[in-house]
Design a protein around this ligand. Structure first.
Ligand SMILES: [Zn+2]
Length: 268
């Protein structure tokens, strides 16, 4: 099986996870900027994190022949401090020139607060000005449906942003249709405990189809499984899905979305 892991926080994983992922058939891993399990205290903390995402983590992955790509932003969990967010957004453009950077993400909302909205709009403007792909995080803590609606309204209001260049991640049964109806992509995050299980993801695909949809494991600092995507592929096989259907979901779809960024190239 070949698959792409389009959303994985590898900085919080051990090197053995790279071995497991490449053994399972992973052809590329993409890492959005996110929370580190604690709030960073200054713009310098984000500068170092962006260096980690663009220089150090790609080298760790390269030891196993795995291409590593990244997305940059100040994540919604740390977006309450608008002044800090402005400073962090100010240093992002120089990192956008890096050959492994795919776009702006994962931006979005966490508690659906006013300040988070302000920072979301700042990121949208940054992405539009630099013609970047966008990866969006939808809230788990507060109302996901309300947060998803707020996010979609902000994106739709910006005429510069093309919907097919945006992926809305962590969709669930009550938000997936809302997202797909806008022409944007939908990401299903597979978690052992919270968010979406492999069975629920396959159910959603069976109901809503497999166009403009991808699956990811997130594998952050919390309880998560870096092999959730290949395990879900095996579960699809068990349910009788055709090889092409599985390949489309775990490989062709992420390849199609990510290839909109000319930097996303696989050594196949
Ligand atoms: Zn994430």
């Amino acid at each position: 099986m070949n698959y792409i892991e389009p959303h994985a926080h590898m900085v919080s994983r051990v090197t053995d996870d790279y071995v497991k992922m490449t053994t399972a058939g992973c052809q590329a891993v993409c890492e959005p900027a996110f929370w580190a399990g604690f709030d960073r205290s200054s713009v310098a903390g984000f500068h170092d994190y962006f260096c980690q995402l663009t220089e150090h983590e790609p080298k760790r992955a390269a030891r196993f022949g795995l291409p590593h790509f990244s997305w940059l932003c100040i994540n919604p969990k740390e977006s309450e401090d608008v002044k800090l967010a402005e400073e962090v957004i100010g240093i992002i453009p120089k990192f956008l020139k890096h050959p492994n950077v795919l776009g702006i993400g994962e931006i979005g909302l966490n508690k659906n607060s006013r300040n988070e909205m302000k920072v979301l709009e700042m990121h949208m403007d940054l992405a539009a000005r630099h013609n970047q792909l966008i990866l969006v995080h939808t809230p788990h803590l507060e109302d996901k449906l309300k947060g998803t609606r707020l996010i979609l309204d902000v994106i739709k209001a910006d005429q510069r942003i093309r919907p097919e260049r945006v992926i809305i991640d962590h969709v669930e049964e009550h938000t997936i249709k809302l997202v797909l109806d806008t022409g944007m992509w939908a990401g299903m995050t597979l978690y052992p405990e919270s968010k979406c299980s492999p069975a629920r993801a396959i159910d959603m695909m069976e109901v809503y189809g497999n166009e403009r949809v991808w699956m990811n494991c997130a594998c952050d600092w919390g309880i998560s499984d870096p092999l959730a995507v290949p395990k879900t592929a095996l579960e699809m096989k068990r349910r009788g899905h055709a090889e092409q259907t599985i390949d489309k979901l775990v490989f062709q779809n992420p390849l199609k979305f990510l290839s909109q960024c000319p930097r996303f190239k696989l050594p196949l």
